[in-house]
Design a protein around this ligand. Structure first.
Ligand code: G6P
Length: 417
C-alpha cells in the first residue's frame, strides 16, 4: 500500500509518520512518498521519516520527490497538508486585517479567505492529477481552510476525498473531560462549518445532559457561563473571534504581540533543526507546541474506515446533501458522517438551532463565494465574499482591506494584478 503526503516537507509530517507506525497492522503501508516543492525541507523530512521507520523496525520505503505526478503513481491514499505561500503568507493574512481592526487569523475572516484563494487552485490541480494518475486513490485533506477546500473539491472535481479537522474530536473530548465522564458512556452531537462548529447536545448513558455540559465547560474553559447559557450550545474555540470580536482584536493588536504565524515560524525553525539531527528517530515533543494535535488520529481513523469498509461515525467536512436544513446541498458543512469504502455518508441533522443558524448561513455564503472566486479567478466575486463575511464591518473597511490583501498575494493570484 502506498501513502503520498502532498506537502510532505511540512513540519507536521512526523506526526503522520508516527500515526502510520502505530497503526501499521491496520494500514499496512509499505511505501510512503513525500511530495513538496521545497527540496531542502523534503530532504530533511524524508531523512527523518526513514529514521523513524528504521527505529520502529519497519520495512517501509520512503521516497521524497518534487515531481507530483511521479509521486502519485500507484498511490492508495494521498494526504494533503500544504501551505501555499508558506508561513510568510500566513503572517500577511494575520497582520493585514488587524490594521483595519478586523481579526487576523489563519482560517477565520479575511485571512482565511486569502488562504483559501491561494490554496484552492493548487488542490484542484492535485485532484486533476489524481484523476489521471491514480483515480482509485482517496484524497484525505486537512489543508486549511479545510471546510472551504472540501467545498471546492466536492463541486469542482471528481476525486474521491475526505475533508478532516482535528478540532471536533478534540473539543468533544475536552467537553467530556470537563464533565469527568468516560467517553464510552457519552455522545456529543456536533454541527456547523469547519472552525464554526458547535456541540449542540451532550448525552451520558442516553440522558440529555447538555445543561450540565455547559456549566462544566464554562468552569473548565474559563469562559463566560452566561454567554454559553444564552447560546444553549457549546461553540468551538474559534467562535471567540465572532462572539468576542472586540476583545479578540484588541488583544491581537497589543504592542509587541506576535501573531500565531510569527510564533509558529520560530517553532518551525527549531523543529527543522531537530528534524535534521541524525540522532533523532522519533516524533519530537517540540511538535506539541503546534496546534492541530491529534490530526494524525483523525487521518488514520478515516483511512482505516475506508480501507476496511467500517462505516463508523466521524465528524467530517462534506457537501451537505440535505443533511442540514437551510444550507444548500452542494455547500460544505462539518457534520457527523458514517464513513466506509464508498465514502462519507452525512447523518441527517435537520434544522439548526435558531441562535446559531444565521451565523452559520452567513459564513456559509462567504465560503461559497470564496470558492467561486478562486475557481473563476474573479476580483468581483472575491470582493463579494469579503463583504459577505460577518467579521467585516462595513464597505469603508472592506474596500481598502481588499486592495491591501490582494497586493500582498499577487504572486499567487494572477487575477489579482
Ligand atoms: C488547530 C486547528 C487546525 C490548525 C491548527 C493550527 O488545531 O484545528 O486547523 O491548523 O490548530 O496550529 P498552528 O500551530 O499552526 O497555529
Amino acid at each position: 500500500m502506498k501513502l503520498v503526503i502532498f506537502g510532505g516537507g511540512s513540519s507536521y509530517t512526523p506526526e503522520l509518520i508516527s500515526g502510520v507506525i502505530d497503526h501499521i497492522e491496520v494500514l499496512p503501508f509499505d511505501e510512503v512518498c513525500l511530495n513538496d516543492i521545497d527540496e531542502r525541507r523534503l530532504d530533511i523530512l524524508a531523512g527523518l521519516a526513514r529514521r523513524m521507520f528504521d527505529h520502529a523496525r519497519l520495512d517501509v520505503r520512503v521516497i521524497g520527490t518534487t515531481d507530483r505526478r511521479r509521486a502519485l503513481e500507484g498511490a492508495d491514499f494521498v494526504n494533503a497538508i500544504i501551505r501555499v505561500g508558506g508561513m510568510d503568507a500566513r503572517i500577511n493574512d494575520e497582520r493585514i486585517p488587524l490594521k483595519y481592526g478586523v481579526i487576523g487569523q489563519e482560517t477565520t475572516g479575511p485571512g482565511g479567505m486569502m488562504k483559501a484563494l491561494r490554496t484552492i487552485p493548487v488542490m484542484l490541480e492535485l485532484a486533476r492529477d489524481m484523476m489521471d494518475v491514480c483515480p482509485n486513490a482517496w484524497l484525505v485533506n486537512y489543508t486549511n481552510p479545510s471546510g472551504i477546500i472540501a467545498e471546492a473539491l466536492g463541486r469542482f472535481s471528481t476525486v474521491q476525498f475526505v475533508g478532516l479537522c482535528s478540532g471536533p474530536n478534540g473539543w468533544s473530548a475536552q467537553i467530556l473531560e470537563a464533565m469527568g465522564v468516560d467517553p464510552a458512556r457519552a455522545n456529543v452531537e456536533w454541527v456547523g462549518l469547519n472552525h464554526l462548529g458547535f456541540a449542540t447536545r451532550v448525552w451520558v448513558d442516553g440522558v440529555d445532559v447538555t445543561e450540565e455540559a455547559i456549566e462544566a465547560v464554562a468552569d473548565h474553559w474559563k469562559v463566560d457561563g452566561e454567554w454559553l447559557r444564552v447560546l444553549g450550545v457549546i461553540p468551538a474555540t474559534y467562535l471567540r473571534h465572532y462572539y468576542h470580536r472586540t476583545s479578540a482584536v484588541e488583544m491581537a493588536r497589543q504592542p509587541g504581540r506576535l501573531t500565531r504565524g510569527e510564533e509558529v515560524k520560530q517553532i518551525e525553525r527549531e523543529l527543522l533543526d531537530v528534524y535534521s539531527d541524525p540522532d533523532v528517530a522519533t516524533r519530537p515533543d517540540l511538535l506539541s507546541r503546534r496546534g492541530g494535535r491529534g490530526y494524525s488520529d483523525a487521518a488514520i481513523a478515516a483511512m482505516r474506515a475506508i480501507h476496511h469498509n467500517i462505516g463508523d461515525r466521524q465528524i467530517l467536512q462534506v457537501l451537505n446533501g440535505g443533511a442540514i436544513d437551510g444550507v444548500p446541498d452542494d455547500a460544505s458543512v462539518e457534520i457527523a458522517c458514517l464513513l466506509d469504502r464508498i465514502g462519507p455518508h452525512p447523518i441527517r441533522f435537520g434544522p439548526l438551532p435558531l441562535p446559531i443558524r444565521g451565523l452559520i448561513q452567513a459564513v456559509k455564503s462567504y465560503e461559497s463565494l470564496t470558492v467561486q472566486a478562486a475557481v473563476e479567478g474573479s476580483r468581483e466575486l472575491a470582493m463579494q465574499a469579503l463583504m459577505a463575511h460577518p467579521l467585516v464591518p462595513s464597505w469603508e473597511v472592506a474596500r481598502p482591506l481588499f486592495d491591501d490583501l490582494l497586493a500582498a498575494n499577487q504572486c499567487w493570484l494572477p487575477w489579482a494584478k
